[in-house]
Design a binder for this molecule. Structure first.
Ligand code: HEC
Length: 163
């Protein structure tokens, strides 16, 4: 039974690996860290305040394990070969989007783009990735939680557009 689990993880993680490797190419392998010089802008502060109140806990539950520096490693992290795959996954995830420093998020996208991208991923139900959701059912977002995040994104995008 245990071995089945491991084989499943390996297969899923390996698939994931080739998938993100593909995406990786479009980034030229560069880690692009956004310089948040206008962090004090009132509108960012407002968006971040709402984020801290309504959304952060949900991301913490469901996304931080890959998209932040706060990672709780699962028991199977110690399994030979799995560590490399998970490390690769989290490195890749953070390159795209890093929630560690709240809003505006770090990664390669502009704040507006990040919000649109998160909204899209949630609508399509692609995040957290399936390979992960299977092992972490209790970390999946409920429909209500997804709606809370979507509402926050919608009102944040309106704020940014009125900037
Ligand atoms: C198991 C690790 C993992 C978890 C958990 C996870 N992600 Fe991801 N995420 C990735 C990886 C790897 C990528 C980059 C490659 C890809 O798109 O598959 C990514 C990409 C993304 C992107 C695309 C960023 C861009 O380039 O525009 C968004 C948005 C995103 N994740 C949002 C989320 C949200 C929101 C959650 C929580 C609900 C979440 N992710 C949970 C691994 C994860």
């Amino acid at each position: 039974m245990k071995y089945w689990f491991l084989i499943t993880i390996l297969v899923l993680q390996t698939n994931a690996w080739s998938h993100s490797e593909h995406k990786h190419e479009s980034l030229d392998g560069k880690v692009i860290t956004k310089v948040v010089s206008n962090r004090n802008q009132q509108v960012y502060v407002e968006i971040n305040n709402a984020y801290l109140k309504e959304v952060k806990a949900l991301f913490k539950k469901s996304c931080f394990n890959c998209h932040s520096s706060e990672i709780n490693y699962p028991w199977y992290y110690k399994v030979p070969g799995v560590k490399q795959l998970i490390d690769h996954d989290t490195r890749e995830a953070k390159k795209h989007l890093d929630f560690s420093k709240d809003f505006p998020f770090l990664g390669h996208g502009k704040p507006l783009k990040d919000l649109q991208s998160i909204s899209k991923q949630l609508t399509e139900g692609k995040m957290p990735p399936l390979r992960y959701a299977i092992m972490h059912r209790d970390e999946s977002l409920t429909d209500v939680e997804v709606q809370i995040i979507q509402n926050w994104i919608k009102s944040s995008i309106e704020k940014l557009n009125n900037e």
